[in-house]
Design a protein around this ligand. Structure first.
Ligand SMILES: [Zn+2]
Length: 354
């Protein structure tokens, strides 16, 4: 077992909550404790078990693994199993590998009014449990399609959930001599009596609401991700045409028409790295995926010069969704010398729509 990684993960939970971890003495005969084991695999049983230990196997956990497994032991389920997940994701049953459906069990979780969090430490990524690398989960807020599962740290909402469930906040309120929660907009009183404020709020009591948590979050983790609603807007790739990103980049652009209208996007320029002629002819060095609706799991994938000038794409309903990706060119000793793309967004009415 990697003790440094384990101690870092424990330290992260101790810093974010009121929970303290102690190493047990050899003669300690208590039946209920967390047992970290150095077995192969990365898993934990969920929550307190009366009269039993809660086992966490962390030997082969990579990345966020240990922090994530401790969360399970503390009682957290996967985000995509939350009782309200159907309001936030669409499961693609056809793409889930047979025998792996349990990963998407809908559980009667207690959520304490804490919002669903695509960037939770507990969220899987969008192709999880697929046998053939297809999407198993679609974000109803498509800005988060490419980033769900990327959350590597204890999120604000993960911490608030644990601090609520374990009574940390009540204890802190009492020791800070507060009869009710002085922090606004979802913020909460923490150990030093200051407010822990959600993203999108400022002020010592989180009283200034600047934008929603999700708006602030996506701005922070994927600044080029945008929702475009103004007909006539020119839609370009990041850095178009002379400064396309050579560092690893991914973002989503959503062209959103009003109710009963379609988004119409007409390309005037398109140039990404060409398809790899060998490796299954994949768009390895950059791709644009176009989805005609939030319910479409796999869109059309383009690279090279595959979209000719004048080509038009239309949404099925209101949203046309672009997912752009390119890998780290520098790692391959090269740079991104391709122009990217330029298109114009307009809208048109959907006949007989009401
Ligand atoms: Zn897990």
């Amino acid at each position: 077992m990697n003790m440094t990684v384990l101690q870092e993960a424990i330290g992260a939970w101790e810093a974010a909550t009121c929970i303290k971890f102690f190493e047990m003495e050899v003669l300690d005969e208590r039946a209920e404790f967390m047992e970290f084991v150095g077995k192969k695999g990365c898993y934990a049983s969920v929550g307190y078990r009366k009269g039993k230990n809660t086992r966490i196997s962390v030997d082969t956990c990579a990345g966020r693994g240990v922090t994530h497994e401790i969360a399970h032991a503390l009682g957290l389920q996967h985000e995509q199993s939350r009782s309200d997940r159907n309001d936030h994701i669409i499961l693609v049953a056809d793409n889930i590998e047979v025998g792996k459906e349990f990963n998407f069990a809908l559980l009667k979780t207690v959520n304490y009014n804490i919002p669903y969090d695509y960037y939770s430490l507990m969220h899987y990524y969008d192709r999880a449990a697929s046998g053939d690398d297809k999407r198993t989960m679609l974000a109803r807020d498509p800005r988060f399609q490419l980033v769900m599962g990327d959350g590597k740290k204890i999120s604000f909402w993960n911490a608030k959930l644990v601090n609520t469930a374990y009574g940390c906040i009540d204890d802190w309120l009492a020791s800070c001599k507060q009869e009710s929660e002085p922090c606004k907009n979802g913020g909460y009183t923490q150990k030093d009596c200051s407010c822990a404020c959600p993203l999108g709020t400022t002020g010592d009591k989180c009283q200034v609401y600047n934008m929603s948590y999700r708006d602030a979050l996506i701005k922070q983790i994927s600044p080029y991700t945008s929702v475009i609603t103004t007909s006539g807007t020119e839609v370009v790739s990041f850095g178009y045409p002379d400064d396309s990103p050579s560092a690893e980049t991914k973002y989503t652009q959503i062209m959103r028409a009003p109710e009963c209208h379609r988004a119409v996007v007409k390309f005037s320029d398109f140039e990404l790295a060409p398809r790899n002629p060998t490796e299954d002819k994949i768009c390895e060095f950059g791709s644009l995926e176009i989805r005609s609706d939030v319910t479409v799991a796999g869109g059309k994938l383009f690279c090279g010069k595959e979209i000719e000038k004048g080509t038009v794409f239309k949404s099925d309903k209101t949203d046309l969704i672009f997912h752009y990706k390119n890998p780290n060119f520098v790692q391959f000793g090269t740079e991104n010398k391709y122009k990217g793309y330029k298109a114009t967004f307009t809208v048109e009415p959907i006949p007989n729509c009401r």
